[in-house]
Each structure stands twice: as structure tokens, then as C-alpha cells.
Design a protein around this ligand. Structure first.
Ligand code: ADP
Ligand code: MG
Length: 489
């Protein structure tokens, strides 16, 4: 006997309708109080609603349902998936999935659909469907995700613009770094840090402490600020303090690490220590100088008496006298070192100060074949300053310049007013210059490259300029050094 596909379909549809009648007889009260839509679909996807919730969820009345096909109610976006689930159900497997449908009114709803095969006499004749309206749950979830995303964006914004360097890390890997962190590490791009191991940036001696702190944060505690040393991308080591806080990054536990550059703080601490030493040295020097001056005066007196005595060789007297002069000179320098405490600010003519200093230093300059010139083409108003201290600054600078020019040359002192309220003094020499690797150390107490140097000249000069609210700038090349001092008028 020849049976066509449409005959089989018709037969199965009849079986399905009989089956439904049976189920309805049995379960109708149960179906009707269910808030989920319960329906049956034939093998072509046509609907047979089983409870009133179908009308509510899909929006069609019983008459319209008969012509309604599954393909018509699923949104285009979800159609492929929904169809494949439908066919899998026809093949005999239970399916559960979320998709979107179009309500009769045009409104799009989120539903969770369960499809499972209806088997009668070992043949699959259709599909049972349960559709649960989950629009509200989905909306709530969407709002929540949006909120989380928004919160993350705000957090990112705050972190990105934080004046502190911030790095987010998981175990030992860097996941995020803000611009300040990039700068602090001396890197150029975020990719120079992201993905790399934290240990690469920590000095070895701190790696044990770091391990401890990682454990601490992983148990939910804050690891408070401690001083460590950071290795920059260029290998330079800087003093930093770091703090680590437990955080969530991209939905996973991570460490939010704050890093602050404290090299400046450390430097000031050191300077303070040094200046403490200096003031002690100054007091000592003053005491010693006085103690030596007294016996020196009586020795000088006796020396004069001896000069009259014909039995003493005049050359001996000359030698003793010149040595005594040297001792006196050293004593006055020692006294100067002990002085800079008391400051006397008053209106002073800057050019006069420079000319006085030049006069004082010129003999030494000429002896070394050096020519000092003062150049000033604008009028300079009176400056409120401590005259003696400024003199000391220029003496220190000129002495350094002379000492850097063993073969003679020119030293130019230029005075200018580059802008209102500021006077700029430039001392330019033609000396040997300062080596690049020494530039950092210039101005540190006791840093000297000279056999008989004290390494105090520039430090004292910088301090004095700072007390005058001025700035001090050094630039140097093998052809000479330029020192620029800007003072407020
Ligand atoms: P000192 O002169 O006793 O060494 P300073 O503080 O005056 O101490 O100078 C520190 C160091 O800076 C010097 O030893 C020298 O190496 C360098 N320096 C300072 N001024 C100059 C200059 N004009 N030219 C070259 N080197 C300089
Ligand atoms: Mg010096």
C-alpha cells in the first residue's frame, strides 16, 4: 500500500488530537491554574494551547492559535536556535532554552521554553511546550549588569586619573596599570606593564615581604603602606611606598595596589640629616677657630719681636709668616661656614654685589688667565635679599668656574629680566663641565670631585637661593657649565 508523507502527517495529527483530549480530560484543572503557558505543537510547529496562560503570554485567542506557527512568534534573531531546539525535541530529546518571542501586541518578551517529545505507541507525534515569561527577571538582570558596568566604568575613571600610581594584579600578574603607574615605572605604553610579572619591578630583597603581603590580601586583609624599592623599566631603582587592597577586577578577586614615589621625601630626609650634621660641624668649627685665634695672636706678637733680632734668618721669618697667613685664611673660612644662621634681608643693588664679588675674585682669576665680565642691558630694581649670603653664593660659583678652567678662558655673568618680577643671573664658564653621571649628585653635601674640595659650596648656595624663594638650575657640557639663578624681585 502506498502511503504519502501527508497521509502520515494527517494520521499523526489525528493521534495527537486524541492524545490531547485525553490529557486535557486528565490534567485540565492542573493546567488551568499554571501561570506558565502550556501547549502542544504538531510536527509542523502549529500550536494547540492547553491552558489560559497561553492567551496571556502569547496574546492570541483560541481561534487565532490554530493558524499560529512556532516560526511566526519567535524573533528573527532567535529563530535559528529555537528551530534547532524544536527539531531536537522532535527527535526525542528534552530541550530547555531562553529566547525572545513577539507578543500579539508586538511587544517582545523574554521566555524560557521547555520542549519535550510526545510519544504514542513508540512514535513521536508532536512536542509539548511550556513557556515561562521571564521578561522581568531578564530586565532586572540587564539593569544589574548595566549598573555593574557603570560602577566599573566609574571605578576605572577614578583609578585612571588617580594622582597615585595604581596597579591591579592577580597572583603575580599585572592586569591593569594607570597612566601614573606607567610614568612611575618609566614605561611608554600600558603594554610595557600589563601581563608582566610584579616581581620584575621589585628589588629582590623585598620579594619575601611581597609574598607575605600577597597572602594577606588574598585572605581579605589590607596590606598597609610600607617602604619598598621599585625597579623601573630602564633599570633605575626608586624609593616608593605601596599599599594593597583586596578588589574585584573583571569579576575575579584581585589586588588593588597603590604606589607612591617617595624619593623626594627620602632625599629631604637625607638632606635634613646632612644639614643637622652641617650645623654641628659649623658650631664645632666656630669653637675651634676661636680657640686657635687666641694663641695665634700671641705667636704673631712674638714673631714681630723676633723680626727685630738680627740672629734669626729673615727667610725663616718669611716662611713662618706665610704659613700663619694660611692658617688665618682657613680660620676665617671655617667661621664663614658656621655663620649662615642669621639672615639680614634688606634692599640691595644686585649689580653692586656682583661687582664686589668680581673685585674680590679677580686676582685669582687673572692668575689663572681668566677674564670675568658682567653683562647687563636692562635696569635692575633693588632686590630684597641678604647681601652677604648672595655674595657667598657668587663667590662659590666663580670659585668653581675658575677651578674648572685650568687653561684659562672667559666667565660671563649675565643679568636679565626675562619676565616681570624676576631677575635672572647666568654664570657661564668655559670649563671642563660636569660629567653626566655626576649631575644627579651635584648639590649633595660633601659631593666633590676635587682633591681638596669640601663639596659644600653648591649645597650652601642652593640653600641660600631657596631661602630667597629663588630657583637654581645647572646645565653642563664638556665645553662649559651654565648656572642660572632666578630671584623674585
Ligand atoms: P667643591 O668645589 O668643594 O668640590 P662644590 O659643592 O662647590 O664643592 O662643587 C661640587 C662639585 O661640583 C665639584 O667638585 C665639581 O665636580 C662640580 N662642579 C661645580 N661647579 C662646576 C663647574 N662650574 N664646572 C665643572 N664642575 C663643577
Ligand atoms: Mg666649590
Amino acid at each position: 500500500m502506498n502511503t504519502s508523507i501527508s497521509d502520515i502527517k494527517r494520521h499523526k495529527r489525528e493521534l495527537l488530537e486524541t492524545h490531547i483530549k485525553g490529557s486535557l480530560n486528565q490534567y485540565s484543572p492542573l493546567f488551568s491554574c499554571d501561570s506558565d503557558a502550556i501547549y502542544v505543537m504538531d510536527l509542523d510547529g502549529f500550536f494547540l494551547p492547553l491552558n489560559p496562560a497561553c492567551e496571556r503570554i502569547f496574546g492570541y485567542d483560541p481561534g487565532q492559535f490554530a493558524k499560529l506557527n512556532y516560526m511566526k512568534i519567535v524573533t528573527l534573531e532567535h529563530l535559528d536556535r529555537a528551530l534547532s531546539f524544536f527539531y531536537k525535541a522532535i527527535e526525542g530529546k528534552l530541550q530547555n532554552f531562553d529566547c525572545q518571542i513577539i507578543h500579539q501586541s508586538g511587544v517582545i518578551l523574554d521566555v524560557n521554553i521547555t520542549n519535550y517529545p510526545i510519544v504514542v505507541e513508540e512514535e513521536i507525534i508532536g512536542v509539548y511546550g511550556i513557556a515561562k515569561d521571564i521578561t522581568e527577571i531578564k530586565q532586572r538582570r540587564r539593569r544589574l549588569t548595566e549598573e555593574i558596568q557603570q560602577r566599573e566604568a566609574i571605578y576605572r575613571e577614578i583609578v585612571e586619573h588617580s594622582p597615585d600610581a595604581v596597579v591591579i594584579a592577580k597572583s603575580n600578574q599585572i592586569l591593569f596599570a594607570n597612566d601614573t603607574a606607567i610614568q612611575l615605572a618609566g614605561a611608554r605604553y600600558k603594554s610595557d606593564l600589563i601581563g608582566r610579572c610584579i616581581n620584575d619591578f621589585i628589588v629582590n630583597e623585598f620579594s619575601d615581604i611581597l609574598k607575605e603581603r600577597v597572602k594577606q590580601v588574598e585572605t581579605g586583609e589590607i596590606a598597609d603602606f610600607i617602604d619598598t624599592k621599585l625597579v623601573r623599566v630602564d633599570g633605575k631603582i626608586i624609593d616608593v611606598e605601596t599599599k594593597a587592597i583586596p578588589a574585584i577586577y573583571q569579576n575575579e578577586p584581585a589586588r588593588h595596589i597603590i604606589i607612591r614615589d617617595i624619593s623626594e621625601k627620602k632625599r629631604t630626609q637625607n638632606l635634613l640629616l646632612q644639614s643637622e650634621k652641617l650645623s654641628v660641624a659649623g658650631q664645632l668649627a666656630a669653637g675651634i677657630a676661636h680657640e686657635i685665634r687666641n694663641p695665634l695672636t700671641s705667636i704673631k706678637g712674638f714673631l714681630q719681636l723676633m723680626e727685630a733680632d738680627k740672629n734669626v734668618k729673615p727667610t725663616y721669618i718669611e716662611i713662618i709668616k706665610s704659613e700663619m697667613n694660611r692658617i688665618e685664611q682657613i680660620l676665617s673660612e671655617l667661621l664663614l661656614l658656621s655663620k649662615p644662621q642669621g639672615q639680614k634681608f634688606k634692599q640691595t643693588n644686585l649689580l653692586k654685589i656682583l661687582e664686589d664679588v668680581k673685585a674680590l675674585i679677580d686676582t685669582q682669576a687673572i692668575l689663572n688667565n681668566i677674564n670675568i665680565t658682567i653683562i647687563c642691558s636692562t635696569e635692575i630694581p633693588l632686590l630684597i635679599c641678604d647681601e652677604n649670603q648672595l655674595k657667598q653664593v657668587f663667590i662659590n660659583l666663580l670659585k668653581n668656574s675658575i677651578e674648572a678652567m685650568p687653561n684659562g678662558g672667559d666667565i660671563k655673568i649675565e643679568v636679565d629680566r626675562p619676565e616681570d618680577g624676576i631677575v635672572l643671573i647666568k654664570v657661564a664658564d668655559q670649563g671642563t663641565g660636569i660629567a653626566k653621571e655626576h649631575l644627579d649628585q651635584i648639590g649633595q653635601p660633601f659631593f666633590t670631585t676635587k682633591e681638596n674640595g669640601t663639596g659644600l659650596g653648591l649645597m650652601i648656595s642652593m640653600q641660600i637661593i631657596k631661602n630667597h624663594n629663588g630657583t637654581f638650575h645647572i646645565s653642563s657640557s664638556p665645553n662649559g657649565t651654565v648656572l642660572e639663578i632666578a630671584l623674585p624681585l
